[in-house]
Design a protein. Sequence first.
Length: 331
Amino acid sequence: MTTPILLSGFADEAANEKQAVQQYSAFAALGMKYYSIRFVDAGDGIKNVMLLGDAEIEHLVKMQSDYGLSVSSIGSPIGKVKLLDVDDGTANKFIPFEQYLREDVATACDRAEAFGAKLIRGFSFYHPRDTKPADHLDQVCDQLGQIAEACDKRGLTFGLEVEANLVGQTGELLQQIADKVNHDAMLTIFDAANIVTQGFTADETYAEYVKMKPSLGWLHIKDYHDPSPTGRIEHVDEASLDNFVPADIGDSGHEAILRDFKDFLPELQTRMTARGVPGVFLDLEPHVKGGGQFGGFSGPDGFGVALRGLCRVLDYVGIPYELRSFADIKA
């Protein structure tokens, strides 16, 4: 019997006003035991997890316990800044790397420790638009190697998510980065929708997933359906993406991906527990009511639809998972 995967999700997507009580109530009602923390209103307005104050963190830690929830990963924006200080027509920020490592990366590690998480989600930096991502691998790998080392010193693991417009925008590029960094504290995160939005077919998306398996840590689950596909897209206008769908009806081919994932689970379970992680996470980030560069929204109803869609695929391919049971609520 395969060890059940651990279901998690970005709880801010399930809350209309992103209030903590909305997030935790929705996730508890859906039967979730884990969540990724990204944006939250802990009583002083909506903030990214990186900007929370000590009192807000203390309040949230107690509150999540009251709702029977644990944090799977810190949904940080680490790596979503410019690699070089050049004007390329985008609004992306540039922060000198030494400052970034000393301040932002350290803050992400602080948040992981405060919330009892072992994982930090991050990205592979924006190369200047109209340049080739492969031309920037050396600098990216040097910076990501330093981030991985900073995380490792605190017993944490940095997850590098595949996403459009960044240096690691495909499975092939992300695996090249992982090979070159070659650090146990840096794993990769596959997200099928982030491949499909770049114009990849289902077969091509599956191939990108396979390329990432040597460094894979966990999966983000969202899907996309393009009613008018036009082929490969060099630069994705993230603000215009509005066709995200649950994993059982999109263009990504989650059935084939998860069927292979089932056979890979024992190896991945060993990889993750060796890093102190409780198991293998599938992290829902559905965006079914919209998504963009720094987040998305599904609402409590949309998140429930997305969770049930994922569970249907998991049931079909035979991957076990756990939601809350009567025994859990009586414990």
